[in-house]
Every structure is written in structure tokens, then in C-alpha cells.
Design a protein around this ligand. Structure first.
Ligand SMILES: Cc1cc2nc3c(=O)[nH]c(=O)nc-3n(C[C@H](O)[C@H](O)[C@H](O)COP(=O)(O)OP(=O)(O)OC[C@H]3O[C@@H](n4cnc5c(N)ncnc54)[C@H](O)[C@@H]3O)c2cc1C
Ligand SMILES: *[C@@H]1O[C@H](CO)[C@@H](O)[C@H](O)[C@H]1NC(C)=O
Ligand SMILES: *[C@@H]1O[C@H](CO)[C@@H](O)[C@H](O)[C@H]1NC(C)=O
Ligand SMILES: *[C@@H]1O[C@H](CO)[C@@H](O)[C@H](O)[C@H]1NC(C)=O
Ligand SMILES: *[C@@H]1O[C@H](CO)[C@@H](O)[C@H](O)[C@H]1NC(C)=O
Ligand SMILES: *[C@@H]1O[C@H](CO)[C@@H](O)[C@H](O)[C@H]1NC(C)=O
Ligand SMILES: *[C@@H]1O[C@H](CO)[C@@H](O)[C@H](O)[C@H]1NC(C)=O
Ligand SMILES: *[C@@H]1O[C@H](CO)[C@@H](O)[C@H](O)[C@H]1NC(C)=O
Length: 538
């Protein structure tokens, strides 16, 4: 406060003088930094002007907008008022990355690092201070080693490309991460990404064997040279507070030749046992066989029974690492309420299951997983919660009523348990382990910009309604479901105090260790965003 006050009073006193001299406080413009940045890149890469100009986009470049739009996955951050970077840098060599970091520093520009661009709050490509986007999409090499059951994958590759590359070499290996093929390796894995095998193999970040990262001095470090503290921090703490991840070495998962998927649906208006099914799911899904992942999706839909009314649809989508016969007999015993029959099940290989989750028709070639060119994306807002005690039936009914009233917000319940409960909470920065039954994703999508206020108000209202049923002190949240409502760092004097607000929610008891690592590797807080790890106050 004081500093700001002094600055403003100083500026105020100076203002008449400045007006007199016709001097203005000019913010850097895209054109004014382009040339100095270009020269700086040349110097720090030893490349020609021609070579480095291929990876540098000013706002006046004809293709600037295309490059920026290509990896925007949320229409909320694709408007004319969305803050744009002065420059986009698109490294095509690992050595470009360090040079870009150094040149941003010397030009007083903030860096936002983007890989797949799926950040729900666009932290990877929007900032309110002069900034550049370091866009990693060209660095997408993938080297699968089946003998070693590992893969080196660069940050700019997508999950779809990773899965495709693995399946091109082996039908009995996969990797434990999200189903969405366009999610980027760079952000997803360092943020503690999860998918349909998390109960068997843990998070993507639990399967990192080695990594290459560019530090604040532009130096490339691997696991050995970065040391175990920093290697710990980037396995769930969010890489963007610490440096730029170039690549990870990941441990492949051994999957059976045949896996089984199913989807069941029931609606409250047509099936009064819907509440019982949801209630029982809370007991079975987190405690069943590690090889079974049953996601529960709850959404308000139009009733087919009562015209003009809404009801709740409860869908279970599942992957089982085994055959349909085994699965049916398992659920017969544990979850008879679901009434799963063999005819509801589909047996596939693992890559086929990825296509199924993404709703591609049976027989679609896995090539579709390589498609990066989504032509559009909806407006969206997400929030997260952890449930530690089953929600009683009466309360579920109350939640359904509230969802129907709100009319647009859905819930996605993702079961934990299995290996997630056996990995200690301090093993990596991701703290939500034993004691958590499932994670809720609160979700709302819309198509018209004008609906934003209504939709965000609805999701916040439901979030508030859920308070009694979810984790407390802190009310935990999942970093990869970025949500700026839970606290932001305004880069002010009190950044540590502010950082603690969201930091404890994302990282619980691991927050302090993250702050220590941050302070050691980036004491001037160069790598920062609205929810980065703060440095210790000195
Ligand atoms: C359609 C969709 C489906 C999703 N499904 C899942 C899911 O099933 N499971 C799940 O866990 N999450 C899921 N997510 C969330 C997703 O995992 C996170 O948004 C993740 O951070 C995306 O990574 P990215 O590289 O695509 O994103 P980006 O927006 O590029 O980056 C996200 C964050 O990571 C940082 N970052 C990116 N690259 C690097 C790098 N190379 N080095 C250092 N920091 C970097 C960014 O600065 C930013 O802070 C989903 C998101 C979407 C939009
Ligand atoms: C550039 O060249 C100088 C002098 O030859 C050398 O010291 C430096 O390591 C080179 N930098 C890169 C990134 O190749
Ligand atoms: C951007 O524009 C400059 C000047 O016209 C040009 O030299 C450069 O190659 C362009 N950069 C890209 C990446 O297209
Ligand atoms: C962003 O806007 C551009 C230009 O209007 C459009 O082509 C693109 O599809 C939009 N992307 C998203 C994710 O909304
Ligand atoms: C898949 O593997 C085959 C054979 O090894 C190879 O020729 C092909 O290029 C691979 N496809 C991709 C997209 O990597
Ligand atoms: C999927 O398609 C294959 C042929 O492409 C067929 O043999 C198989 O029975 C189909 N599976 C299902 C579940 O429809
Ligand atoms: C949001 O829209 C719904 C209709 O979809 C309407 O019933 C509700 O009143 C609106 N809420 C707000 C806060 O505008
Ligand atoms: C931040 O503000 C507090 C009082 O609010 C003050 O004591 C402290 O010195 C300030 N720190 C810095 C780095 O300005």
C-alpha cells in the first residue's frame, strides 16, 4: 500500500511537469519490443535473424492471431477485450526456450508458458501486465521405449499423440492420464493430471521418471542437475512457478490386451432408485477393485415424462482393466443396484477404450487422436471439490433439487481410492490422497458470451450449496481444474499471504515445501501467474 501510495503521489507531483515537457509514460508496444527481442534471441541462440524470426510473432504479424487462437480452448478468453501478449515465441529447438526466458527478463516482460492451452482460466496465455506467450506446440517429439517400458515426451506434444505413439508400438501398454486427446503434456502432467487408470497406476505425475526443465537463468536441467527438491515440486506443483518443462520421461502402464467399458444411464423422473444408485456409488466406486474406474456424471436434463420440467440424469461411465465376464460378476456382487449386464459392456483394447471415452464410433482409426485442430470451443467454467464422507440420501435429493433449479450446472464425480490412498500425501505436491472418496468437478458450458454472468452465478451458487458436504479447512481444490475464484495473487506486496489462500487449497501441507523450493530456484519470482507459488517474504 505504502509503496503504491508513494509512487502515485510522486507521479502526481510530477504530472504537470511531464505534461509541460510532453513526455508520456509509454507502455511497451508489440512493435517496439519486437526488434530488441529478435536481436536478443539471435545473441542467445547464435542463430541468424532469418532463423529466429521464424519463431517470433509480433501483433502486427499476419499470422499472430492464428498462432494465438490455435491453442485457446475456452471461448471465455477469446474475446476482443481479452489481454493479448506483446509477442508469441514458438520455440522449435530446446535452445530457443532458454533464450526466450533470458530475453523476456532483460526486456522486463512476463512469460506465460503454454503447451496444450487447456488451462480453465487461461493462465497460460492471458496476463494483465506486459507479457509474452512461450508457446511450446512445436516441441512435440515422442520416443517410446517398450523394452524399458518408458517414454520421453516433449511438453508440446498432446496426450492423444502420446497414446497413439504408445499404441503404435504395443497393445499392452498405456499411460495413466486424461482421456481428452488435445490436452497438453506440459501443463497436464506437472499439474497432477489424472485419468481413467488413476486407481490402478496413480496420477500422471506419479509416473514421472525424469524431466528436463529450463530454469530462470535459461539453463537446461535434468533430474540429476535440478536436484530432488525441484524434481519433487514439478510433479504436481505446477511447473509454471519454477521454470519451463521441456520434456518428461514417463513410466508406461502395463494394460491387459482386453479391457472393458460401459455406460449406464438413469433419470430421477423415470427411476426412483436413482438416488439409491448415486448413494451406493459413493461406497463402491472408491473401494472396488483398483482396475475399475467408474465415473458418475450428474446433469439436469429435460424430463421425458413431465413436459416442460427438468430432472436429473445420472450416468456411470467406466473402464475396467479386465474382461466383461469378470466385471459383470464383480459388480453383481458389489453393486447390484446398478444392474449391469454383459450386453451393456464393450470389450476393446486400451487404445480403443480411449476412442470410446471420446465418443468416437467403434472402428474409428486411432489417427483421430492426432488431430489438434479443434475449430471452436465452448465458453466454460469449472470448479472442484473433494468428498471425504458419503453424502446422505436426503442431502443428495436436496442437491438434485438445487441442480434442477440452477438448470445448467453438472457434476462429474471421479472416484479415488486404490493406489491413490496408498501413496503418501507428501510423496509429491499433490496432497489429496487417503481419506478422499472422490473429487467433484463442477461444470458449466455455454455458447453465447451474454450468458456468462448467469452461468458463472449458477456455478458459484451450487458451489456454495455444496459447502457442508465437502472437505473443510482447507476446502481442497485440484490444481488442474484451475479456478481463480478460490484466491489470486495480485503480485502485490502481500503475495505470500495471498498465495497461501489458494496454495493451501491446492496443496494442503505441501504448500510450505513448495514455497521453499520456489524461493530457492526463483527468488525474484520471475515465473509467476495469478496462482503461482509465492516466494517467502524476506
Ligand atoms: C476439455 C478438457 C478436459 C480435461 N480433462 C482433464 C482430465 O481428465 N484430467 C485432468 O487432470 N485434467 C483435465 N483437464 C485439465 C487439464 O489437465 C489442465 O488444464 C492442464 O493444465 C492442461 O495442460 P495444457 O498443457 O493443455 O494447458 P496450458 O493451458 O498450456 O497450461 C496449463 C498450466 O500449465 C503451465 N504449463 C504449460 N506448459 C508448461 C511447461 N511446458 N512448463 C511449465 N509449465 C507449463 C501453464 O503455464 C499453465 O499454468 C481438462 C481440461 C480441458 C479443457
Ligand atoms: C553461442 O556461441 C558462443 C561463442 O561461440 C558460445 O559460448 C555459446 O555457448 C553459444 N550459445 C549457444 C546457445 O549455442
Ligand atoms: C513477423 O513479421 C516480420 C516482419 O514482417 C517478419 O520478418 C517475420 O518473419 C514474421 N514472423 C513470423 C513468425 O511470421
Ligand atoms: C477464437 O476466435 C477466433 C476468431 O474469431 C475463432 O476462429 C476461433 O474459433 C475462436 N476459438 C475459440 C476457442 O473460441
Ligand atoms: C507407426 O508405426 C509405423 C511402424 O513402426 C511407422 O511406420 C509409422 O510412421 C508410425 N506412425 C506414426 C504416426 O508415428
Ligand atoms: C466393433 O467393430 C468390430 C469390427 O470393426 C466388430 O468386430 C466388433 O464386434 C465391434 N464391437 C462392438 C462392441 O460393436
Ligand atoms: C439465469 O437464466 C435462467 C434461465 O436459463 C433464469 O431462470 C435465471 O433467472 C437466470 N439467473 C440470473 C441470475 O440471471
Ligand atoms: C509489505 O507491507 C507491510 C505492511 O503492510 C510492510 O511491513 C512490509 O515492509 C512490506 N513489504 C515490502 C517488501 O514492501
Amino acid at each position: 500500500m505504502m509503496e503504491a501510495f508513494r509512487f502515485f503521489s510522486f507521479a502526481f507531483l510530477l504530472l504537470p511537469l511531464l505534461l509541460l515537457l510532453n513526455v508520456s509514460f509509454a507502455l511497451p508496444t508489440s512493435d517496439s519490443v519486437y526488434d530488441t527481442f529478435l536481436q536478443c534471441l539471435q545473441k542467445h541462440t547464435n542463430q541468424s535473424e532469418q532463423e529466429v524470426s521464424n519463431i517470433l510473432y509480433a501483433q502486427t504479424n499476419a499470422t499472430y492471431s492464428t498462432v494465438l487462437f490455435n491453442y485457446i480452448r475456452n471461448a471465455r478468453f477469446n474475446t476482443s477485450t481479452t489481454k493479448k501478449p506483446l509477442l508469441v515465441v514458438t520455440p522449435s529447438l530446446e535452445s530457443h526456450v532458454g533464450a526466450a526466458v533470458i530475453c523476456s527478463k532483460t526486456n522486463g516482460l512476463q512469460v506465460r508458458i503454454r503447451s496444450g492451452g487447456h488451462d480453465y482460466e487461461a493462465v497460460s496465455y492471458v496476463s494483465d501486465v506486459p507479457f509474452i506467450v512461450l508457446d511450446m506446440f512445436n516441441l512435440k517429439n515422442i520416443a517410446v521405449d517398450i523394452d524399458d517400458e518408458s517414454v520421453w515426451v516433449q511438453a508440446g506434444a498432446t496426450l492423444g499423440e502420446l497414446y497413439y505413439s504408445i499404441s503404435n508400438k504395443s497393445k499392452v501398454h498405456g499411460f495413466s492420464a486424461a482421456i481428452c486427446p488435445t490436452v497438453g503434456i506440459g501443463g497436464h502432467i506437472t499439474g497432477g493430471g489424472y485419468g481413467t487408470m488413476l486407481r490402478k497406476f496413480g496420477l500422471a505425475s506419479d509416473n514421472i521418471l525424469d524431466a528436463k526443465i529450463v530454469d530462470v537463468n535459461g539453463k537446461i536441467l535434468d533430474r540429476k542437475s535440478m536436484g530432488e527438491d525441484l524434481f519433487w515440486a514439478i510433479r504436481g506443483g505446477g511447473g509454471s512457478s519454477f521454470g519451463v518443462v521441456l520434456a518428461y520421461k514417463l513410466k508406461l502402464a502395463r494394460v491387459p490386451e482386453t479391457v472393458t467399458v460401459f455406460r449406464t444411464e438413469t433419470t430421477l423422473d423415470q427411476n426412483p432408485t436413482t438416488t439409491d444408485i448415486v448413494y451406493k456409488w459413493q461406497e463402491v466406486a472408491p473401494n472396488t477393485d483398483d482396475g475399475l474406474f467408474m465415473r458418475m456424471l450428474l446433469s439436469p436434463v429435460s424430463s421425458e415424462v413431465k413436459e416442460g420440467e427438468k430432472t436429473i440424469k445420472a450416468s456411470v461411465m467406466a473402464l475396467y482393466l479386465g474382461t466383461a465376464d469378470q466385471l459383470v460378476s464383480l459388480l453383481d456382487k458389489e453393486f447390484p443396484e446398478l444392474g449391469l449386464k454383459k450386453k451393456d459392456c464393450t470389450e476393446l483394447n486400451w487404445i480403443g477404450s480411449m476412442l470410446w471415452w471420446n465418443k468416437f464410433d467403434n472402428g474409428t482409426s486411432p489417427d483421430v487422436l492426432l488431430d489438434r485442430n479443434l475449430n471452436s470451443a465452448p465458453f466454460l467454467k469449472r470448479k472442484s471439490d473433494y468428498v471425504q464422507k458419503p453424502i446422505p440420501k436426503e442431502e443428495l435429493d436436496g442437491i438434485f433439487k438445487k441442480m434442477i433449479e440452477s438448470s445448467r450446472v453438472g457434476f462429474n464425480f471421479n472416484p479415488y481410492g486404490g493406489i491413490m490412498s496408498r501413496i503418501s500425501a507428501s510423496e509429491t505436491p499433490f496432497p489429496h490422497r487417503a481419506g478422499n472418496l472422490y473429487k467433484i468437478q463442477h461444470s458449466v458450458n455455454w455458447d453465447e458470451e451474454a450468458d456468462e454472468a448467469n452461468c458463472t452465478a449458477q456455478i458459484r451458487s451450487l458451489y456454495s450449496y455444496m459447502t457442508p458436504f465437502v472437505s473443510k479447512n482447507p476446502r481442497s481444490a485440484f490444481l488442474n481444474y484451475r479456478d481463480l475464484d478460490i484466491g489470486i495473487n495480485t503480485h502485490g506486496n502481500d503475495s505470500y499471504q495471498q498465495g497461501m489462500v489458494y496454495g493451501l487449497k491446492y496443496f494442503n501441507d505441501n504448500f510450505q515445501r513448495l514455497v521453499k523450493v520456489k524461493t530457492a530456484v526463483d527468488p525474484d519470482n520471475f515465473f509467476r501467474n495469478q496462482q503461482s507459488i509465492p516466494t517467502l517474504p524476506n
